[in-house]
Design a binder for this molecule. Structure first.
Ligand code: PEP
Ligand code: MN
Length: 364
């Protein structure tokens, strides 16, 4: 299946990987908005200034955004810095207000894109408006729902359309606030090669430490840019304090990113080989994330064995594991001698980890 999205050809160069949106999670005060925008305007890569005005919060009685008042601050920021402005819209009222105040770019948040009724309401409100709209992936890992939201806006006449990968809620324990599941944005790119796609590493990470590596991964998967939350004093931010970074930190992060000219320049755009490579890169990241989760569980098992005075090596259990995995591997059409080797390495490493849990002093 391929997309019939009608995307304006003159809105974003698909070879560009430097479409950078930055700004605070939330507009908090006129001073905070202007201070952040002024600092960001000095970073040449930053194209668009973002700030949430209406905030979708998990629990009531937390900061839900400053509302319409903040739109005036954004107008002022634009006037003073020349940066384009962007806000999140979650209903028709938000759309009308944002357009009335001359906001340049809109985005649909992850909770909203998960709800077709809300997306349709926004699409209807946007009919006749020529404004770029970015659609974040729905919170749940459902590619069709993401595509559906993009289609609803596109059918309402929005041709300057793009997608933002911000990770997915999952019950699995990961080191991320929202699991990246890179395969999903790569599949979206395969479905709609003409659709600009950027990454929001802030909401994937949930903390500032992982931002650099996530941003690099996104660019390596040929995404067109990034949306990164930036605050003059992250620790005091009224929303998402752990994941926001200061403008100076953003500048250093952007400078550190390598735009790898992999094979792209020699191969025609949309070439099958480069698409397959992107797909295989994304699968590798999933494998590594699964390895990391596996090792967390192994450590917990080690802890349990320690508390119950059990040996690290449980031969009978291990034989059962290998038998079961080789059986599964055969059914998946995998070469079992290869899988056996992988499991031997995994087991040796798991024993080392657990011995460490039981006897932290031991060198092994
Ligand atoms: C945001 O960008 O501040 C936001 C609320 O993001 P998301 O919709 O991805 O949770
Ligand atoms: Mn946020």
């Amino acid at each position: 299946m391929s997309s019939n999205l009608d995307i304006a050809t003159d809105w974003l160069d698909l070879n560009d990987r430097r479409y950078i949106i930055a700004g605070p999670c939330s507009a908090e005060s006129e001073e905070q908005v202007l201070q952040t925008a002024q600092a960001l305007a000095k970073i040449s890569q930053v194209k668009v200034f973002r700030a949430g005005i209406w905030k979708p919060r998990t629990r009531p009685n937390t900061f839900e955004g400053v509302g319409i008042e903040g739109l005036r601050w954004l107008q002022l920021a634009k006037k003073e810095t020349g940066l384009q402005t962007a806000v999140e819209v979650a209903n028709a009222g938000h759309v009308y207000e944002a357009l009335k105040y001359g906001i340049d770019v809109l985005w649909v948040g992850a909770r909203t894109s998960a709800n077709p009724f809300s997306v349709q309401e926004i699409a209807n409100a946007l009919r006749g408006a020529d404004v770029p709209v970015w659609v974040k992936n729905p919170v749940n890992p459902d590619l069709q729902l993401w595509i559906g939201a993009l289609e609803r806006l596109n059918h309402a006449g929005i041709k300057r359309l793009g997608a933002i990968h911000r990770g997915f809620a999952t019950h699995e324990q990961t080191s991320f606030r929202n699991a990246p599941k890179w395969v999903i944005p790569v599949e979206l790119k395969r479905f709609a090669p003409n659709l600009p796609l950027i990454c929001d590493p802030s909401h994937i990470a949930g903390n500032s430490e992982l931002l650099q590596s996530l941003s690099q991964k996104a660019l390596d998967l040929t995404m067109n840019g990034l949306m990164i939350e930036t605050h003059p004093d992250p620790a005091t931010a009224l929303s998402d304090p752990h994941q926001q970074i200061k403008p100076a930190v953003l500048a250093a992060l952007l400078d550190s990113l390598i735009i790898r000219d992999t094979n792209g320049s020699n191969l025609p755009q949309g070439d099958v080989l480069s698409k397959l490579r992107q797909e295989s890169n994304a699968i590798d990241y999933e494998i590594l994330e699964a390895f990391a989760r596996r090792m967390q569980v192994v450590k917990k098992i080690g802890q349990y064995k320690k508390e119950h005075n059990m040996t690290v090596l449980q031969v009978k259990r291990w034989n059962q594991v290998v038998e079961d995995r080789l059986d599964k591997a055969a059914r998946l059409g995998l070469d079992t001698s290869f899988v056996k080797e992988v499991y031997e390495i995994l087991h040796t490493y798991a024993i080392r980890l657990q011995s460490n849990v039981i006897n932290p002093e031991d060198e092994n």
